[in-house]
Structure formats: structure tokens, C-alpha cells
Design a protein around this ligand. Sequence first.
Ligand code: SF4
Ligand code: SF4
Ligand code: SF4
Length: 375
Amino acid sequence: MARVFNWQIGREMSYWYPGSRPGQQFAAVFDINKCIACQTCTLACKTTWTSGKGQEYMLWNNVESKPYGCYPLAWDVKLLQMLDGQNWNGRVYEGQTIFESAPAGERVLGWRPESRDYAYPNVGEDDCAGQVDKGAALSLPHHNWFFYLARICNHCTYPACLASCPRSSIYKRREDGIVLIDQGRCRGYQECVRACPYKKAFYNPMTGTSEKCIACFPKNEQGLQPQCFVNCIGKIRLAGWLSTPDKARADNPIDYLVHIKKVALPLFPQFGLEPNVYYIPPVHAPLPFLRQLFGPGVDDAVSAYRQAPKDADLSGLLCLFGSTEKAVWRWSRQGDSVAGVDQHGAQVVRVPIREPVYVRAAFDAKYQVARVNCP
Ligand code: SF4
Ligand code: SF4
Ligand code: SF4
């Protein structure tokens, strides 16, 4: 085991391979507050990448309702129980990661779901946590809540799938940090399925190999955002590149949200993989639940997001989500609009922070008709 630094848990940790960060790291921010669970992202990926034989059950992108939803069944609860705890001291995780708590002779603490665990991708959908069944929803105050958690592979800095593969079939690309499975080398041992704590590696029984989200790298190479991003109805997603905290740039949109505003957080940082998909937490959900999901930065993130209406830069940047198919490398706000440029410095999008509102007279005297103010 090598020693590597994981900034998300604020300390060094053990990992199977020495640290080797890519030149650029593909990363994304999902604003959970805006997701409506329409599953358009799920279908966008499905129809693009997993419509073949043996892929029927696979959802490289899935959206589950928290707290009860999970695909595959109990993917999160099971590992949290095995990992035993939430031992944070401020921003430093003092518990063990899944690499440090691996049983003797194994590289990662993991478990492999059974086939039937993948059979209920919408289990728990829209189920409310709280007191509905006790009738309390009929009186105030009440604490009924749920939210939608969209999930893809996190293209982790320290991937458990990669660490666990006995064939060295999994690699992290130097140029963009995207994690891929070499289909020519894979022999279908399914160690990656067992090791990935997010359960985002899948076994294809028809090909006898494992597969996973590829971050739509053919689009990425053309400066475009992935399918599940550009098709997102709620405009909750923004893809880009993440620097390490010491190299964060305010004009890099992902850096700004993750490192500078600290409004976007990793999913289960305590697992120790340094995942590269970041979530703006749902501000209406209970903080204790959110802390075990996103770590100790949740309180500040929720507070920053609540301040967004008074924060022209943050609210402006949030307007760039879902505004263009092009990958946005740098962003800036000029007055009431916000712009994004590509890697060559060419502007690819400009959007107003506030849309103008036109109210028409209910009765149009010229044409003698009554109108409604609906689009
Ligand atoms: S398309 Fe967007 S809004 Fe719809 S479920 Fe997916 S992430 Fe949520
Ligand atoms: S989320 Fe899972 S499959 Fe994706 S890189 Fe991380 S460990 Fe591998
Ligand atoms: S990034 Fe591409 S491959 Fe990955 S889940 Fe989204 S659509 Fe599928």
C-alpha cells in the first residue's frame, strides 16, 4: 500500500497504487435542489451506451429518491454498516476508508450485489421520510422530506474499481482522469463490481466483461458535455475540470463551486476515493442526514446556497448549468449576465441572470380577445 493525500478527508491515506493525478481531472457539479426525477438523464445514457444484450439491467446513470431509494438495493446502507461510523474531527476524517479497512488479503472493503438487487431501480421513489403515516403531515410543524440523488460513476481520484482489478484492466486516463475498463483485458472476475462502493461498475453476462460509465469521453474529446448532462431537464448539471484545492481558480466554474464557495460536496467522502462528482445539497433535508452523505461541509454549503439570491456571482454561475452543450472552461459575470468560454478562450454561451418578464393586458382591445399570461 502507498500513502496518498486525499484532500476530501483532510489527510493522507493508504491506497493500492502511488498517487498519480491526471493533467486535468474531469469533474461535475449536480445541484440536487433542481432535480425533478424525470429520469431523462437515465434514458439519455441508456439509449446511447447500454441498449445492447447483457446491458438490460444496467443504469450507468440512475436517479434515486433519498432516503429510501437505492440502486442496487442497499448499496449505501450496506457499506456504511460495514465501514462502521462517521468519525470526523472537524474536516479531518479519523475513521478508516474502504482501503484501510480491507480484510487481510484483500485490497478493498467491498461486497457484491446479487442479480436481483438490480431489479428494482425505482424502489423507494417519492417515499417521504417523516411522519406521514402518523398523521402528523396534517399539522405543522412537520418534517416530511425526500430528495432525488442522480448518480453516475465518480471517476474517482483513487478508484476502488481500479485498485481491486487483478488483471489491471482498469485505468485512469492521464489526459482527463476518466476511469475506463479495457474490454480486451477484462476477464469478468467482477472484483470492480465488488469494490466500487457506489456500485457503478456492472457485469455484462453476455460479453463476460465488466462495464461502466465512460463519462461520454468521445464527446468530452470534442469539448462537449456528456449525454446525461445536456439532456437534463432540470438543468442541474455542469461538467468541467477540477483542480486540487491549492491550485483552485475563481474563473474555473467547478473550482469556484467546490473550492471557493464550497457549496458543492463529494458523495460519501469517508469512503476515501476522492470522487469527482460534487453535489449541492438539498437545503430542505435534515442536516444530520446530509452530513453522513456529504461530510462535514454540509452546514456551510447549505448556508452558502441559501444566500445565493444575494450573491450575484453564485446565482450567475448557477445560470450556466444546462445552458450549453459545450464544456465551459472559464466563466465570468458582467453585470446582469454570465458568460462561459471554451479551452481556446472562445465564448460558447452568455445567459441573463434574470429573465425579463412581460405582462400582457388581460384583454387585447386591438384584436378584441382575452389573453392569458401563460407561455
Ligand atoms: S434529467 Fe436532470 S432533472 Fe431529470 S432526473 Fe436526471 S438529473 Fe434530475
Ligand atoms: S465510482 Fe466506482 S466505478 Fe467509478 S471510478 Fe469510482 S470506484 Fe470506479
Ligand atoms: S456521462 Fe455518459 S456514459 Fe456516463 S452516465 Fe452520463 S451519459 Fe452515461
